[in-house]
Design a protein around this ligand. Structure first.
Ligand SMILES: [Zn+2]
Length: 484
């Protein structure tokens, strides 16, 4: 009897609960659908959007090098580039080309995603590399996210996953906010003007990184569909990128952009690069994968870790397979850029002393977060770590075209030198022509009379030789962007 009553009560409660939830869900789904319907109308209507199959947009862009400038704080360096992106949904084709300069790098590159015929193009090096595993959704995603008409098409297709979030003001006007998920990446919240139903803003949250905000301005109609002529990106409230779309073409044939341009020679395919350990010489290890590498130098009683890029804990775990118990006493940082100080809290946890250029102390303290235990030693010009087994010199060879201060770690007896962002060998294939960053690095090495036989980079699994550096310096640039 008591059990029966209890059962009735439970059933009753759960029924009432599910009814209320269903009701709330229903309301939310209906509200989201109504906002999506209005947005589809404002963007030319379902028929026009369905017929929008291909799109080609040219842009002129200014990037603000937040945490990536020559100096550690604002004002950030501004870098210009220009590009063209084209998508064809029916055929699963995405193409882009970008050229520009910044941070001591000059580039002119391209990507072709077209099934088996997918390539990465490097016009400066004059090369094309087949892409082993092309991914249309991942590669076209960034272009779709900055193109409102394409976002609305996505929203139509993913309407079932859409939720109404509420109302918020954008530039003093009331907006309705709907969130949905694309195939790849975190959910997107979209802000639609309550009066015009135009998309003025969207945003995504990246855990551990922050809020990325997209703003769309100056809509102009092409064939009945509005396209924004201006776009801006903000990261955690700071301007990160400003873009003018200088030309927009709807449903133009983009097949001519899918062929590899004449004059580019094909080089080795781009393959995934898993985590591994290489012993460069007795007790000196390069450990990393997929673009980030740490050098571990074994001393008599301790280890010096060199480099602060992503994935340090995995790299330490790999080191522990071959050197199980010597403590990491020092963690050496190359420079202050945000992708090179990620190792700071890891080294602090290991009980290691972090070594950085004096000018970068503030950035390093910030990177340590709340960790009051941070032990920091700064280097003004040169610091020497030495015992009976070997000598390690940490030298500020800045300024370079990339940064005012750059710490290289130099093993004079072994001729090994570790650096970040100046001379990374490609995973395979020929050495590309040097960028400004590489040229100024080579000059600094010569100026400091460093006799290097092995160049090790924070961003390459493949060490380089002095001959490789010479090849980079003497290889002419294949194309300088005059082709567009
Ligand atoms: Zn850098």
């Amino acid at each position: 009897m008591r059990m029966h009553q209890a059962l009735c009560l439970m059933v009753g409660l759960s029924l009432a609960g599910s009814l209320a939830a269903q009701n709330l869900t229903q309301q939310n789904v209906e509200r989201a659908q109504a906002i999506i319907n209005s947005a589809v109308e404002a963007f030319g209507g379902a028929e026009r959007l369905n017929a929008l199959n291909s799109l080609t947009i040219k842009n002129e862009t200014v990037n603000y090098a937040t945490g990536q400038s020559r100096n550690p704080g604002p004002p950030w360096d501004r870098n210009s580039n220009s590009g063209i992106s084209a998508v064809d949904f029916e055929n699963g084709i995405f193409v882009n080309r970008t050229q520009g300069a910044g941070g001591g790098f000059e580039f002119e590159t391209g990507t072709i995603i077209n099934g088996e015929q997918s390539y990465q193009l490097n016009f400066r090096a004059g090369t094309s590399a087949p892409i082993a595993e092309p991914d249309f959704d991942t590669t076209s995603g960034p272009f779709i996210r900055v193109t409102p008409a394409l976002l609305i098409k996505q929203l139509q297709q993913h309407a079932r996953t859409a939720h109404y979030l509420g109302e918020a003001e954008v530039d003093g006007n009331p907006h309705e906010v709907v969130a949905f998920s694309m195939q790849v990446g975190p959910a997107i919240s979209m802000y639609f003007d309550k009066q015009t139903h135009m998309l003025n803003k969207s945003e995504r949250i990246f855990p551990g990184f922050g809020l990325v905000e997209y703003r769309f301005y100056d809509y102009s109609s092409i064939g009945g569909i509005p396209f924004n002529q201006r776009f801006a990106l903000f990261v955690n409230g700071e301007t990160n990128l400003e873009r003018n779309n200088t030309s927009t073409q709807v449903n133009a044939d983009i097949s001519s952009m899918t062929s590899v341009p004449d004059g580019l020679r094909q080089v080795a395919a781009i393959n995934p690069n898993p985590l591994r350990l290489q012993e460069l010489t007795d007790g000196v290890y390069l450990v990393g994968g997929n673009g980030t590498y740490v050098m571990f130098v074994e001393m008599e009683d301790y280890i010096i870790a060199v480099g602060g890029t992503a994935g340090i804990p995995d790299r330490i775990a790999e080191l522990r397979q071959v050197v199980p118990d010597k403590p990491i006493r020092y963690g050496v940082l190359t420079h202050h850029h945000n992708d090179h100080v990620l190792g700071v809290p890891v080294y602090a946890d290991e009980g290691a002393t972090v070594i950085a250029a004096t000018a970068h102390a503030g950035v390093v303290r910030n990177a340590a977060g709340d960790d009051a235990e941070l032990k920091l030693e700064t280097v003004e010009q040169r610091k020497i770590l030495e015992d009976d087994s070997r000598r390690v010199e940490i030298i500020d060879i800045g300024p370079t075209a990339h940064t005012e201060h750059l710490l290289v770690t130099y093993l004079p007896e072994e001729g090994i030198l570790f650096e970040g962002d100046h001379f990374a060998m490609p995973a395979a294939g020929p050495v590309p022509p040097a960028v400004s960053s590489t040229r100024t690095f080579a000059e600094a090495i010569a100026k400091h009379n460093l006799e290097v036989s092995t160049f090790v980079s924070a961003h390459s699994a493949r060490p380089g030789t002095p001959e490789d550096l010479q090849t980079a310096l003497t290889t002419p640039v294949a194309s300088t962007g005059s082709n567009r």
